[in-house]
Write a protein that binds this ligand. Structure first.
Ligand code: ATP
Ligand code: MG
Length: 663
C-alpha cells in the first residue's frame, strides 16, 4: 500500500540522503552491491515529486531486465509515486516508437522480428556462403547484435571486430557481408529486430524536431539503474532523450558489469564526472543487504579481480547482524547436487523461509531442468525466471481464456476498477484475496495472483500515461497476449530458478549458487582474460544476491555414475581464509562398500564418523534432548573428577551428543 505520508528520505543513511535530495541536475552514485543504489533512486524520484520539482509522469526510469523494471515500479508504488515510468531500455523504446512511428515512417506496417531471427540470419549466411549450422548462426547473430549495440555498421565491422580480439572462426569481411545481407533481408520484409527498437527511436528523436520537442515536453527527469551495463546504442538513446539537458541520475557498480560481451561498458559510469563536471557524486560502502559472512565472501571474490578501474575499487562493509557461514558442497553428479539442494530448500521452507525468498542461480539455462525436477520431487513450488513456462501453466491458460470471453462481452470504454473486474473473472478459477495454505491450490492461486497484480500495475500505468483515462478489460487482455508472445511472464510466488544474468539487481534470503565447476563457471568459451574476468564478476553478482543463507555447490560429473572429470571453479580457490576452517566438503552420494548410513531426518547418505554416530547429517536440525545432554555432561564431569582424568577421555563431546540424540 502506498505510504503517502512517509518522508521519502526516511531510512536513508547520510550519503544515500545526499544523493536522493541533490538538487535537479546530474547525479551519480558509484557503489557496490547491496549498498542501496536502487533504494536511493526510487527515493530520489519520490523526493523530487514530493518537492514539486517534477510530476510523476515526467519521470522515466530505465534499467536492463524486465524483472528489475518491475521491481522499480513496485518500489515506486509503495512510495506513493503513481505514474512514473520504469522500463527496460527496449520496452521504453518500443512504446515510444509505436507512438511516433506513423509520423516518422507513414502508414507502412512493420513487425517485430522475434522467434525467426536465426532463420533470417541463416538466409543471410547462405547467401554469403557461410555455414548454416545452428552454432554458427548463433555466433553470427551474436556478432550482429554486438555490432548494433556498439553502433558499428557492416562497413566498420571488420576493423571493429579485429580491435575487439574476439574470433568466431570466420573472416571478419565475410561476417560483415552476412550482417549487411541480414539487414537487407530484414528491411525488405519490413521487420524490426530488438536492436532496431533503440536505433529507430534514437533516429526519430535526432532527425524529427517536432518529435523531439514533444518528447522533451513530456519527460524531464531521467534515471538509469545498473548504469555499468550501458551499451553505446543505449547511451545514444539516453542522450537523445536528454537532448542537451542534464537532469539525469545514474547509479551503478563497475564490478557488476556482466554484459560486455554484448557491447556494454562501465566507461560512461566511470567517466560521468568528466562529462558533467557539476555532477553530485556519491559513493556508498555500507552493505545493507547481506550478513557480514556473505559480505566478506563477496569482498574476497572481487578482490581477486584483475585490472579493476579506480572507480571499481570499493570495499563493502556489512551492516546486518551475523548469519550462517556460507557453505561449500561437492557432489558426485548433477542430479545428486540438484536433489541435495532441493532437500535443503524443502528444509528451509519447513523452517519458515518463504519459497519466494529462495533462489537457485545457475550459469546456463540448460541447468534449470534438473532443479525443476528436483523441486517438483520434494513438492516445493518454483518459477523459472525469464522462462516461457508461465503462459503454459494450466491455470494461466484457463484464466486467459476466461478473460478473453469476459472482454468480448465487456464494453472497448474503460472500466472504473479493472483489477476488481479481473478478480471477479479469476475467482471461479481459484483466486481470492487470501492465499490458500499449501499444495496445489496455493500454486494455482499464485499463478492467478500474478495476473491480478499485473492488472494492478497495468491500470496504474495506463491511467498515468493517458491522463486519467481508465483501461478497458480488452486492453489488459491485449497486454497479456503481447507478453505471452514475447515470453515476458509476471512475477509468481515460489522458489526462483534463474540464470546469474537474470538475477542482477535482485535479492533473496537464501541463495543457492549451483554448478560451480570449471567449464560452467567460468563458462567453457570464456578463453580470454577479459572474458574470464567477466565470469568472475558474474560470480560476484551471484554471491551478492544472498541476504542470509548462501550455499555454493558443484558436481564432479554431469551424469549419474559418470566419470568424475570436472573440477570445482577456480573462483572458489582461497575463498575460505586462514582464520576460517576449510570449507566443509560433502559428498553424500558416494557410498562406502557395505556401510550405508542415512540421515534419519532427510534420508541422505552420511559421510563423517560424527554424522554416522549421531545418525543425522550436520545440515539437519537437531532434535537433541538438551536436558539429557546436560545430565550426561554432569555425570561425565563427576566421573572425570573421580578418575582424575580429563573429561574428554571419559567421553568426547560428540559421543555425548550421539548418546543424547539416540535416546
Ligand atoms: P545491487 O547492486 O545488487 O543492485 P543496490 O545497491 O541497488 O544493489 P538495493 O537493492 O537498493 O541495493 O538495497 C539492498 C537492500 O538493502 C535492500 O533490501 C534495501 O531495502 C536495503 N537498504 C538499502 N539502504 C538501506 C538503509 N539505509 N537502511 C536499511 N536498509 C537499506
Ligand atoms: Mg540495484
Amino acid at each position: 500500500r502506498p505510504i503517502r505520508s512517509k518522508d521519502p528520505l526516511d531510512g536513508l543513511d547520510p550519503e544515500q540522503r545526499a544523493a536522493a535530495s541533490a538538487p535537479r541536475g546530474p547525479v551519480c552514485v558509484l557503489a557496490g552491491a547491496g549498498t542501496g543504489k536502487t533504494r536511493t533512486i526510487t527515493r530520489r524520484i519520490a523526493y523530487l515529486v514530493r518537492q514539486g520539482h517534477v510530476a510523476p509522469t515526467q519521470v522515466l526510469a530505465v534499467t536492463f531486465t524486465a524483472r528489475a523494471a518491475g521491481e522499480l515500479r513496485a518500489r515506486l508504488r509503495q512510495l506513493g509515486v503513481d505514474g512514473a515510468q520504469a522500463r527496460t531500455f527496449h520496452a521504453a523504446a518500443l512504446r515510444q516508437l509505436r507512438y511516433f512511428w506513423p509520423r516518422v515512417v507513414g502508414d507502412a506496417q512493420w513487425d517485430l522480428l522475434d522467434g525467426n531471427k536465426l532463420r533470417l540470419v541463416g538466409l543471410a549466411a547462405n547467401k554469403v556462403a557461410l555455414p548454416t549450422e545452428t552454432e554458427v548462426l548463433r555466433d553470427l547473430a551474436g556478432e550482429i547484435e554486438w555490432a548494433k549495440a556498439c553502433l558499428v555498421g557492416p562497413d566498420e565491422y571488420p576493423s571493429a571486430a579485429r580491435a575487439r580480439r574476439r574470433d568466431i572462426g570466420h573472416p571478419a569481411e565475410r561476417v560483415a557481408d552476412a550482417y549487411r545481407t541480414y539487414e537487407e533481408l530484414k528491411n525488405d520484409r519490413r521487420l524490426l529486430d530488438f536492436d532496431d527498437l533503440l536505433l529507430h527511436t534514437t533516429a526519430a528523436l535526432e532527425e524529427h524536431r517536432e518529435v523531439a520537442e514533444e518528447f522533451r515536453d513530456r519527460y524531464r527527469c531521467f534515471v538509469v539503474d545498473e548504469y555499468q551495463d550501458i551499451t553505446p546504442a543505449q547511451q545514444r538513446l539516453l542522450d537523445a532523450w536528454l537532448g542537451g539537458r542534464d537532469d539525469v541520475t545514474v547509479v551503478g557498480d563497475a564490478n557488476q558489469t556482466i554484459y560486455s560481451f554484448g557491447g556494454a561498458s562501465p566507461r560512461p559510469l566511470l567517466e560521468f564526472t568528466r562529462r558533467y563536471p557539476n555532477a553530485t557524486v556519491v559513493r556508498l560502502e555500507r552493505d545493507y543487504r547481506s550478513t557480514p559472512q556473505v559480505v566478506e565472501l563477496a569482498n574476497r571474490v572481487i578482490s581477486g579481480a584483475r585490472g579493476r578501474p579506480a572507480g571499481a575499487r570499493l570495499r563493502l562493509v556489512g551492516q546486518r547482524p551475523d548469519g550462517p557461514r556460507p557453505t561449500f558442497s561437492e557432489y558426485d553428479d548433477e542430479p545428486a547436487e540438484a536433489a541435495a539442494v532441493a532437500r535443503q530448500i524443502r528444509d528451509l521452507v519447513g523452517n519458515g523461509v518463504p519459497a519466494a525468498e529462495i533462489a537457485v542461480l545457475f550459469r546456463v539455462n540448460a541447468q534449470s531442468e534438473s532443479y525443476e525436477q528436483a523441486l517438483a520431487d520434494v513438492g516445493v513450488p518454483y518459477q523459472v525466471r525469464g522462462g516461457e513456462r508461465f503462459f503454459s501453466r494450466q491455470e494461466v491458460r484457463q484464466a486467459m481464456a476466461a478473460l478473453r470471453t469476459a472482454s468480448a462481452s465487456d464494453s472497448e470504454a474503460g472500466t472504473t476498477d479493472l483489477p476488481a473486474l479481473v478478480g471477479r473473472v479469476l475467482a471461479p478459477l481459484g483466486w481470492g484475496l487470501r492465499q490458500p495454505s499449501g499444495g496445489a491450490a496455493r500454486e494455482r492461486w499464485s499463478g492467478l495472483q500474478a495476473l491480478y497484480e499485473l492488472a494492478q500495475d497495468f491500470t496504474a500505468e495506463f491511467t498515468a500515461v493517458s491522463a486519467g483515462e481508465r483501461p478497458a478489460l480488452a486492453r489488459y487482455v491485449a497486454e497479456l497476449e503481447q507478453r505471452a508472445s514475447s515470453q515476458h511472464p509476471p512475477v509468481v510466488d515460489g522458489v526462483t530458478l534463474a540464470s546469474l544474468h537474470a538475477a542482477k539487481g535482485l535479492e533473496w534470503d537464501a541463495v543457492f549458487l549451483v554448478g560451480l565447476a570449471e567449464g560452467t563457471v567460468p563458462i567453457q568459451h570464456a578463453t580470454t582474460e577479459d572474458a574470464i574476468e567477466e565470469e568472475r564478476r558474474l560470480f560476484y553478482v551471484g554471491v551478492t544476491r544472498a541476504r542470509e543463507h548462501l550455499a555454493l555447490s558443484w558436481s564432479l560429473s554431469r551424469t549419474p555414475g559418470g566419470r568424475p572429470h570436472r573440477r570445482r571453479s577456480r573462483f572458489l580457490h582461497g575463498l575460505a581464509g586462514e582464520e576460517e576452517p576449510a570449507p566443509r566438503v560433502r559428498r553424500p552420494s558416494r557410498r562406502r562398500a557395505g556401510t550405508r548410513a542415512v540421515c534419519r531426518v532427510c534420508g541422505r547418505d552420511l559421510e563423517s564418523t560424527l554424522e554416522i554416530k549421531i545418525g543425522r547429517c550436520a545440515d539437519c536440525p537437531s532434535d537433541i534432548d538438551e536436558e539429557l545432554l546436560e545430565r550426561l555432561r554432569q555425570w561425565r564431569a563427576e566421573k572425570a573428577k573421580e578418575l582424575k582424568i580429563p573429561a574428554f577421555v571419559v567421553f568426547t563431546d560428540a559421543t555425548l551428543v550421539a548418546i543424547a540424540e539416540q535416546r
